[in-house]
Ligand binder design. Structure first.
Ligand SMILES: Cc1cc2nc3c(=O)[nH]c(=O)nc-3n(C[C@H](O)[C@H](O)[C@H](O)COP(=O)(O)OP(=O)(O)OC[C@H]3O[C@@H](n4cnc5c(N)ncnc54)[C@H](O)[C@@H]3O)c2cc1C
Length: 312
């Protein structure tokens, strides 16, 4: 969820920090100050979060969200950090990570699977396959959490996560929880309408299938997914969404963009829709590289690519 108060609350934070406290002290929750977000992102770069918390349950999350709403403190949820670019200046508010067990539960309720938003997507896929429930196996190999996947309707050649979603439990900025179903949910290519809330959990409706056959299919899919991603480094990011009917990778190659680099950020030549960051890379290098590649594709091919990675 993106806070609607981004521009207004920054001045609240330093004064609280100077007094040695935080705006959350009376809530009895473990909120830390100046957490390096580079520890929580795939690229391993970016500045600090003013405040950081991993709430134990929905009630604790609600107290944090309500406080941010009341005091106009910017707020963000971080999932696996595989699709975000944090600026060097960091994020001047509270960042929450749903890593506690209560947000990562996976329950089989045939033919449904109920999954917490903090669960890793790969764990949800494996649980479904083991239970003989098909539909999610095409998502194997996509990094991150179920929450992050739902926000961006993650997917690939075989389908998107949104196709299997029947119900999503979300928290609103005032700390209340609601369930969204049917026409309240919208999923399009790498987009969903779940960007105005915190996703807490979801229910997937899946199909019964022989677990052995399903496992074999998932393994094949896994091999394909791995062969399409950079190997040997975790400091990678997917740069662009695939435009309708074509692939971002082929457009970058056609435009002659596979050897581009800015500072310590470079296009990964073997899979040109990814970029890799070396250890001294700055967020600005990544931003500039993405803009450079985008400009090259625009100039040479007349196609406007949409960035996949989200800049905080
Ligand atoms: C090697 C590699 C391969 C990839 N392959 C694919 C692919 O094949 N297909 C694809 O679609 N993507 C792919 N991606 C992109 C990325 O993995 C996906 O977008 C993924 O779903 C992001 O999940 P995350 O948990 O890491 O989200 P994050 O990067 O942590 O967050 C992404 C957004 O979701 C929000 N968010 C996270 N959790 C919640 C929550 N509980 N409630 C509300 N908002 C939340 C964040 O605030 C942020 O706005 C790839 C990335 C990499 C690095």
């Amino acid at each position: 969820m993106k806070s609607r108060h981004n521009g207004t609350a920054v001045d609240v934070l330093p004064s609280d920090a100077q007094r040695g406290g935080t705006p959350f002290d009376d809530l009895g929750l473990a909120v830390s100050c100046r957490e390096p977000l580079s520890h929580h992102t795939w690229l391993g770069i970016g500045g600090e979060a003013g405040y950081f918390c991993e709430p134990v349950d929905v009630e604790a999350l609600s107290r944090l969200v309500t406080r941010c709403h009341a005091q106009r403190i910017p707020f963000r949820v971080i999932g696996g950090g595989s699709n975000i670019l944090v600026p060097s200046a960091g994020f001047p508010g509270l960042v929450v990570r749903l890593s506690a067990p209560s947000f990562s539960r996976i329950d089989v309720e045939r033919p449904m699977l109920r999954v917490g938003a903090g669960a890793k997507l790969v764990h949800a896929v494996s649980a479904a396959v083991q239970a003989g429930l098909s539909g999610l196996e095409t998502l194997v190999g996509i990094p991150g959490t179920v929450g992050g996947a739902l926000v961006g309707n993650a997917g690939g050649h075989g389908g998107d996560i949104g196709e299997c979603v029947r119900e999503v439990s979300v928290m609103l900025p005032d700390g209340t929880v609601e369930t969204r179903t049917g026409s309240q949910l919208a999923f399009e290519s790498r987009w969903s309408n779940l960007d105005d809330c915190i996703i807490i959990s979801c229910r997937f409706e899946l199909d019964e299938e022989d677990p052995e056959r399903l496992t074999k299919r998932m393994q094949k899919q896994w091999i394909v997914a791995r062969s399409e991603q950079p190997s040997g480094t975790r400091s990678v990011a997917m740069m662009f969404k695939d435009p309708h009917g074509s692939s971002a990778e082929s457009l970058v190659v056609q435009a002659g963009g596979r050897d581009l680099r800015v500072g310590e950020a470079a296009v990964y030549a073997a899979h040109a829709n990814y970029m890799v960051a070396s250890s001294k890379c700055l967020s600005d290098d990544v931003r500039a590289l993405i803009e450079l590649v985008r400009a090259k594709v625009r100039e040479r091919l007349g196609v406007e690519l949409t960035p996949q990675i989200e800049v905080w």
